[in-house]
Write a protein that binds this ligand. Structure first.
Ligand SMILES: [Zn+2]
Length: 124
């Protein structure tokens, strides 16, 4: 079996193990496992990581326009219209990026065998 890139599988919202099965059964709800290979999708926990990264990326891309538009030498009606467009575009970009970020984070966790931190009770 060829090794699947977790990045391409994650961005395509496909199984990080086989690259075939879809990972979501709804907008952001993971399926219990892969229909193609049986990979468990619920063992990884992405928590609020995807929302943080998407929020940060969207902020970097769109926040400058939130300062440029009010300072532009244009009429108030046009400023209000552009701010409305900026808001809508920001929301749409976030909604498009969020499932891909969640799938990507889950794929990276599976590929790197990430798990919860444990205390080391070693004898040394
Ligand atoms: Zn699979």
């Amino acid at each position: 079996m060829t090794r699947v890139s977790p990045i391409s599988a994650g961005l395509a919202e496909r199984c990080p193990n086989c690259g075939q099965g879809r990972v979501f059964r709804g907008y952001l709800k993971f399926k219990p496992n892969c229909q193609a290979c049986g990979q468990d999708f619920l063992s990884s926990d992405t928590a609020d990581g995807p929302a943080f990264f998407v929020g940060f990326i969207v902020l970097i891309i769109f926040a400058p326009f939130g300062f440029i538009i009010p300072m532009a030498n244009i009429g108030l009606a046009l400023k209000l219209f552009l701010m409305f467009v900026l808001t809508v575009v920001t929301i749409i970009a976030s909604l498009i990026m969020l499932p891909k970020a969640k799938s990507l984070m889950m794929a990276l966790q599976v590929a790197n065998k990430a798990k919860e931190a444990e205390l080391d009770h070693g004898d040394d």
